[in-house]
Design a protein around this ligand. Structure first.
Ligand SMILES: CN(C)C(=N)NCCC[C@H](N)C(=O)O
Length: 296
């Protein structure tokens, strides 16, 4: 691993960083499962209650439900996000990544490029995210003789069942809320990251690995804090039509959630998601910077 104070570009031998993104995802998935359950089910009293009940009924494996599609799709989704962001920034500023340290882009350009990346990645992410949320919400223990089987037998069966029942549009359930969640918050994500790197790096130099990790982690937290209200709505819309009530649209979901549970509903899962967001996004940005430098 690069020494904490070393600059990323000074370490040509350490440029393979595809693994950490997936590792971060695996380590962060149990937290994500608890977050999704807190947002969509009203049976839990809080984080600890959700963890204890999940462990008791489903064992440790319960926390890892729905993880396979995110693992398969993370490379594509992150490539779209970071690829569109980099290219949008290139188009807006006409400076390459190397030139950008000497001539930093304005935060308005960073924000617009981030929003563009967020908007386009939302459509790639939507079907994978829907299947993840549906599987994470299956609280049945692993198949035991005599016990009723869960509705979905796995990610492929889940995708096929939704496709059969609702056609291709069914796979995009909640996509509108996801787009509204990701477009502005990914602008915030990249602005926070660039701002924090700029604050702790001398002009014209590349940020150290430690700076990238800390800035990436805080960018993750800041963006998720702002994304949480629409994240709750998105998850509820993705679950609508199953055990939960069906909503007439996004606004109906907002209004009925607030009526039944108060304004606090918009902050469900915030604490556990922030704890997850720091390490996951720290390694995501470290991988991104390594890739940029290795491609030169
Ligand atoms: C607020 N949002 C939507 C984001 N910051 N998204 C980008 C980071 C995604 C990362 N895999 C994660 O799960 O945190």
């Amino acid at each position: 691993m690069t020494g904490a104070g070393e600059s990323l570009v000074n370490n040509p031998g350490r440029r393979r960083a595809s693994g950490p993104g997936a590792l971060g995802l695996v380590l962060g998935h149990p937290f994500d499962t608890v977050k999704v359950r807190l947002q969509t089910q009203t049976t839990y009293q809080g984080i600890i209650d959700c963890m204890v009940k999940t462990y008791r009924h489903e064992s440790l494996l319960g926390f890892f439900k729905g993880m396979s599609f995110p693992i398969v799709s993370i490379a594509v989704v992150n490539s779209v996000l970071f690829g569109v962001y980099s290219n949008a920034l290139l188009a807006l500023t006409a400076t390459s990544h190397q030139e950008r340290r000497a001539q930093p882009p304005s935060y308005t350009h960073v924000f617009i490029a981030g929003c563009t990346g967020g908007f386009l990645q939302a459509y790639c992410l939507a079907p994978f995210d829907l299947i993840k949320v549906r599987l994470q919400n299956q609280t049945e223990p692993r198949a035991q003789p005599g016990s009723p089987p869960p509705r979905y037998r796995g990610p492929v069966h889940c995708a096929a069942s939704i496709f059969q029942a609702e056609g291709p549009r069914g796979l995009f359930r909640g996509a509108w809320a996801l787009t509204l969640r990701d477009t502005p918050t990914l602008g915030i994500y990249f602005v926070t990251y660039e701002w924090l790197c700029h604050q702790s790096t001398p002009d014209g130099q590349n940020p150290s690995s430690a700076t990238v990790l800390v800035a990436g982690g805080f960018a993750g937290i800041t963006s998720w804090v702002t994304a949480t209200p629409l994240d709750v709505i998105k998850s509820r819309m993705q679950m609508a039509g199953l055990e939960q009530r069906a909503y007439r649209g996004l606004l109906d979901c907002v209004v009925s959630s607030v009526r039944q549970e108060g304004l606090g509903v918009f902050f469900r899962g915030l604490t556990i998601n922030s704890a997850r967001a720091f390490p996951v996004n720290a390694v995501t940005f470290l991988s991104y910077e390594y890739l940029l430098h290795s491609w030169g």
